[in-house]
Design a protein around this ligand. Sequence first.
Ligand code: WQD
Length: 342
Amino acid sequence: MGRQVLVTGGTGYIGSHTVVELQAVGFEVIIIDDLSNSTADVVDNIERISGIRPVFEEFNLLDLGRLETFFEKYRGIEAIIHFAAFKSVGESVEKPLYYYRNNLVSLMNILDCMSKYNVPNLVFSSSCTVYGQPDQLPVTENTPKKDAESPYGNTKAISEEILRDVVKVARELNVIALRYFNPIGAHPSALIGELPRGIPNNLVPFITQTAAGIRQQLSVFGDDYNTTDGSCVRDYINVVDLAKAHVIAINRLITSINIDRYEFFNIGTGKGASVLEVVKTFEEATGVKLNYKIVDRRPGDVEKIYADTTIANTVLGWKAQTSLYDTLLSAWNWEKRIRNID
Ligand code: WQD
């Protein structure tokens, strides 16, 4: 019987990849997910990859009564990785209360139950969006946070403040927040990956759907930025490398006693890549010519952001391993499998 970890949002994109990596090192995983942005067959595919079927309970974390019943049932949980949140930047602008309620009340319900049921360790899924457009690059963990560009981003910033304040009074609580840059790619098996509902907001799923013929053409949102080729720069992090950072964080919480009880780490590659570089690398990696056009800037986009990963590399002992080339190829292999393309 492995050490029990609860993964909220565990059938989602990053959550499912993290479940696989937790199982690979012997953790017993329990998933809570409301399937608002994923499907139950992800549990089957996790089992196909790892040979172990995680426990899966389907409900929304806003239902505190249901969550307490869950913790009454599962008494052995030592740590929680909290992914469950709505994450569409655009939708959050249209429905701010929907986002604030879901993302913040879910976290508060989790924290209430951790206190009530003596679960001491939490890894929180945060985002580089808390930095806004940084004045200096690369971004370190001490780069001043700026007003988020969207209600989604603001829920991440507010969540970090909630965690900071709760840790001060809940002496048994230990928290690590991982600030993701741009997660992309898919598991090498192509059995799990990113499957956005409707028209993809994010660049890489839009690229793979364009390559698969589902989308007619990729729109590149602006080539008049102050960057090498005029298109925006991001730090694209392989989703499996990102998943492994969560396992390291969980182990740090479970085994370490001398850590600052609230730590946060930038999880990126430390390298920036422009949109047009991603397009070019995708074409090189896959041999597929992409149909794209340059259009106007997308409101709210920051021009350039990429991580200083020194702290994650030295304190957490984690470093990104996978190249942009291999990561984009993994995304294409996943797209081909789910669309039955040879
Ligand atoms: C990347 C770049 C676009 C689509 C957001 C959230 C972040 C995280 C990841 C959830 C930008 C350009 C995109 C397209 C394009 N979200 N682009 N054409 O905006 O950096 O980050 O998603 O966890 O918190 O803020 O990611 O993939 O949307 O955009 O040109 O069709 O690709 O302008 O420069 P973003 P993205």
